[in-house]
Design a protein around this ligand. Structure first.
Ligand code: ZN
Length: 126
């Protein structure tokens, strides 16, 4: 995720573990603590799911959580991560960056986002 942000903005981002349950996000626009709640809602898991799938759910959930916090942190600085093709916000879902436009397409796997996919721009609604 950090590499995604670095590639898209050509600037320095870092995401470091700060405390057992927190991360420190340092962006070109400032830094702040990300409070993460890594809990997975086990009731939401399909019944009969295997251990590997549970593991995958944890990873997906964690990525989604970090993605949400990163998007929030950008918004705090008046910035937004947008799909280049549709100028729509990106969110993380099931380990992928997803475009929130009507096309609702997968943009890239988290960790594979490139400059051609997305850009960070000053958001108009803040
Ligand atoms: Zn798009």
């Amino acid at each position: 995720m950090r590499d995604d942000l670095r590639r898209v903005t050509s600037r320095r981002w870092s995401l470091e573990r700060a405390r057992p349950d927190g991360w420190l996000l340092t962006s070109p626009y400032g830094s702040g603590a990300l409070q993460l709640d890594p809990a997975v809602d086990e009731e939401a898991l399909p019944p009969g799911i295997g251990a590997e799938e549970v593991q995958q759910e944890f990873v997906d959930e964690a990525l989604q959580h970090v993605g949400d916090r990163v998007v929030d942190a950008l918004a705090d600085h008046g910035m937004a991560l947008r799909c280049r093709a549709h100028a729509a916000p990106l969110t993380v879902c099931a380990g992928r960056w997803v475009c929130d436009s009507r096309a609702a397409h997968d943009v890239a796997d988290v960790g594979s986002l490139r400059r051609g996919h997305a850009e960070v721009i000053a958001s108009s609604d803040s």
